[in-house]
Design a protein around this ligand. Structure first.
Ligand code: NAP
Ligand code: MG
Length: 496
């Protein structure tokens, strides 16, 4: 019998009110059921929000450094359970063990960073324009935070959101992706073991359309933090505007790696293989376009193609596997559709280009690591997010052209340039329109204490990670203390 998972609402582990469940299966072997999960409805969301609202009144009064101590403990538990969680995550969503270990490590880093930030949460003191008066601005918790997450970083992304929300004194209702509910449940268990009180954290499993949407429209939810597709992000923005919630959106990407004629090509090769095919290309920061200077185009593209063909597909739990499956059947179909679109537009399939079959692959959603050559910037495969193991290669003649092509997308998350010329590097840093620019490293590799997010349709201007996310989860309160013993009228009594 597969393991039966539950919701955690108002301090209790419970089934869906309807008793309905959904299954989660291993994308590398669809015969393997990870578990069954409650298929919740609006009612469960309403119960969870009510519990979170009630718990907020005591949680907001817990000193922030005490909340930080709980984060420290959560980091310790994650550290102790790292290997076991990584294995569960690989079974649940397919990426190789090396990467799921990294996913847990990002949660650990985020926990320890949160513990340290709990002792800062700095405010300002500002001189008053009146005598015997003291001005300060302090940051206060906001209320109930709805956390809605995707499946590609099942631990890291929830911790990026939930840990700072809690450190800042907010309470949480968590709706994880339906493809990775087990890892999400583990995170909640760890937070409870670390000392988060009942009601402060709640998890409701179920569909985005039902559970996610109810959270976003709920009048008693104050904040929504969402990572996922641009299409759903826009919908969330619309729905949340009815109740004027604060909303953070981290959405899609179409990230490019530029390789200039003076680049270290071996280094650039390692970078693009890791950036394009790590996590089977299913990262928001995945390298989806390779922009190569004409002088090194033929040489570099043949290096990439040779190596892409040698990548080993398979179950990420096995040694010697480089690339796991796509997350589900629908995602693999989308990938194949884009390859067909690319071919129709005149792109050449230089490697891969089809669903993978072969030993041990028959029962998984595998797709061959694919390189498309002769891509031009106008093609759909050069502009739209594919979210799979497909790299579109574009030839350019100059740095200016490379940057223009890099910017030729509605997204603006990550970017990269390989060059040995410091002038090229700084021009790229200045002119690439993206939230993140890497020099001589791939488009992936964010660190927990740095701002993370993008421009244009990648988001709505907020950043996760680092000190920046603590701005999102608090609001400013301005305080004036008048110790003059008389009425002092600003702009009147001190005016000339
Ligand atoms: P998705 O379909 O947008 O789903 C994301 C989350 O939203 C899931 O929990 C989903 O629930 C939920 N959801 C779906 N419809 C909803 C609605 N109407 N209201 C509220 N919630 C709803 O994205 P995905 O396929 O999981 O993830 C892939 C996308 O995420 C890609 O576009 C990728 O670029 C982006 N991403 C961005 C970042 C970043 O930081 N910029 C990081 C990772 C991924 P269900 O699972 O139940 O459908
Ligand atoms: Mg699954």
């Amino acid at each position: 019998m597969p393991k039966r998972f539950q919701n955690y609402i108002d301090g209790r582990w419970v089934d869906a009110i309807s008793g309905k469940t959904f299954e989660n299966r291993n994308p590398a072997n669809w015969d393997e059921v990870i578990g069954t999960f409650p298929l919740s409805s609006k009612e469960e969301v309403d119960q969870a929000v009510k519990a979170a609202r009630r718990a907020f009144e005591s949680w907001r009064l817990v000193p922030a450094p005490k909340r930080g101590d709980i984060m420290k403990k959560a980091g310790d538990i994650l550290t102790a359970r790292k290997e076991e969680i990584a294995k569960q995550m690989t079974r649940e969503m397919g990426k190789v063990l090396l990467e799921t270990r990294g996913d847990v490590q990002e949660g650990i880093d985020t926990a320890y960073y949160g513990a340290s930030e709990a002792r800062r949460l700095f405010g300002h003191t500002v001189p008053s324009e009146l005598p015997n008066k003291f001005n300060m601005a302090m940051r206060v918790p906001i209320g109930v935070a709805a956390i809605i997450t995707p499946w590609n970083f099942p631990m890291a992304i929830p911790t990026w959101k939930i840990f700072p929300a809690l450190v800042c004194g907010n309470t949480v209702v968590f709706k994880p992706a339906s493809d990775t509910p087990a890892t999400a449940t583990t995170l909640v268990e760890i937070l409870l073991e670390a000392g988060v009180p009942p009601g402060v954290i709640n998890i409701a499993h179920g569909s985005g359309r039902e559970v996610g949407n109810r959270l976003v429209e709920h009048p008693d939810v104050d904040l929504v933090s969402f990572t996922g597709s641009t299409m759903v992000g826009k919908r969330i923005s619309e729905v949340a505007s009815n109740t004027l919630k604060r909303v953070s959106l981290e959405l899609g990407g179409k990230n490019a790696q530029i390789v200039m004629d003076d680049a270290n090509l071996d280094l650039a090769l390692e970078g693009v293989l890791w950036g394009a095919f790590g996590t089977t290309g299913q990262r928001c920061t995945a390298t989806s376009r390779l922009i190569v200077h004409e002088k090194v185009y033929d040489k570099f593209v043949s290096m990439v193609v040779d190596h892409a063909k040698k990548l080993r597909l398979g179950d990420g739990l096995k040694d010697n596997v480089d690339v796991g499956p796509c997350i589900n059947e629908g995602q693999r179909k989308t990938v194949d559709e884009y390859v067909q679109i690319g071919k129709g537009e005149g792109a050449k399939v230089l490697a891969g280009g089809k669903m993978a079959v072969g030993d041990g692959l028959a029962k998984g959603w595998f797709y061959e690591p694919t390189v498309l050559g002769d891509v031009t910037p106008q093609m759909r495969v050069a502009r739209e997010e594919i979210f799979g193991p497909v790299l579109s290669v574009i030839k350019i003649k100059s740095l200016e052209e490379a940057i223009a092509v890099s910017n030729n997308t509605t997204y603006g998350l990550s970017s990269s340039i390989y060059t040995q010329d410091i002038n090229n590097a700084y021009i790229a840093i200045r002119d690439i329109k993206a939230g993140i620019t890497y020099v001589n490293s791939p488009t992936i590799g964010a660190e927990a204490h740095m701002p993370f997010g993008g421009v244009k349709e990648t988001g709505n201007g907020h950043r996760e990670g680092g000190w920046t996310v603590y701005e999102f989860y608090t609001e400013w309160k301005a305080v004036y203390v008048d110790y003059s013993g008389k009425l002092q009228r600003a702009q009147i009594d001190n005016a000339e």
